[in-house]
Design a protein around this ligand. Sequence first.
Ligand code: UD1
Length: 420
Amino acid sequence: MEKLIIRGGWPLCGSITTGGSKNAALPILLAGILADGPVYYRNVPRLRDIFTTHKLLNILGCEASFDGEEGDSARTCVGTLNPEAPYDLVKTMRASVLVLGPLLARLGRAKVALPGGCAIGARPVDQHLKGLERMGARFDLDSGYIVGRCAELRGAEITFDFPTVGGTENLLMAAVLAKGQSILRNAAREPEIADLAHFLGACGARIEGIGSDTLHIQGVETLHGCSYAVMPDRIEAGTFLLAGAITRGELMVENCPVKELDALLVKMEDMGLKIERHEHKALVKSNGTLRGTQATTSPYPGFPTDMQAQILSLMALAQGSSVVEETIFENRFMHVPELCRMGADIRLSGSKATVRGVRQLIGAPVMASDLRAGAALVLAGLAAKGETQVQRIYHLDRGYERMEHKLRNAGAEITRVNDK
Ligand code: UD1
């Protein structure tokens, strides 16, 4: 197992470039199943979840790989499809459930291991299944697997009980090849869903309402291959902006989806940070003082749950008190006891965390419990006095590519070592 060792206290300066979005690349790569010809992708991050997605696609009978050793170009090409996504892969990556829609659309069959619980809550898939049932699929549970069948998928009007990112993506992928028209209402509006819709459009799908909560899809007979660049990762970009802020530095984040990060940028301004917005980059500057604020996570365009852990680290060092309310996932505060081990003053009560800012965090050995919790601990370590050791960084590697290299280039003292 590897860990990160961070010597905190250095202001980050210069620039860091954001890579391609993990959460957009995952469904977009899986949507390659829907296309008859080869698909060429650019701006795909080299992350563990992406390698797992390639492995999953290979098992399903689809060629999928990066082009060469380095670089961000990848390719998929459908061969003879097999309908089974095995437990060994699904358990490591919940997003595997997104193959249900594409497999039902192409084969009329799908067998996908039930994803089960994970560190940030129960995360059921009932909305995915209900929507696919409305399109004519039938599901059984067999030895831990969801087994789906349909003679053909028919377009349907589906209203989600609440906006779900994965549910919207799964139904969108099913609807593009279903017979007739589908309308998805109360759909999630996350930018990664719009990116998937644009990708499907480039393959010949007919989708209207992209970016809104109502998607109109006219099913087509076939989709063709295309060449597509995945959007930049807004959560990675936001994490780096917070790294500049928490170290009281001056950092430019390049290839930054500025508009899509607005909810975070506004909060950072509330806290007294200066943000310069450019078309594809944003600069964060600290004037030394940080004020507390409050943030409530909600579906896009609200404050993203995937930035909650990281902003809590910044709040730990802000003057006065701050409150964070988590409304998307239960049990998404596993980073709080670890931050408290570094001297933060945070109290949890149900879905709320109340923070009383402290003047200084102190380095300590801490443990990442999930991806964004790990990022929050790295941020805290960058600002803390002395040495912080972040263990279980395999969580971080699921969502940040070469994080320590990028931070080191901006002046951080951070190294990856083998934890014997
Ligand atoms: C995606 C993101 C994740 C992000 C989340 C919310 C990917 C790969 N992951 O996850 O990083 O934190 O959006 O922005 O893109 N739910 C149900 N039933 C369902 C579906 C969801 O109850 O059928 C619940 C979940 O348990 C959760 C909430 O709805 O509490 C939001 O889930 P959802 O929006 O579907 O998130 P994911 O697609 O899993």
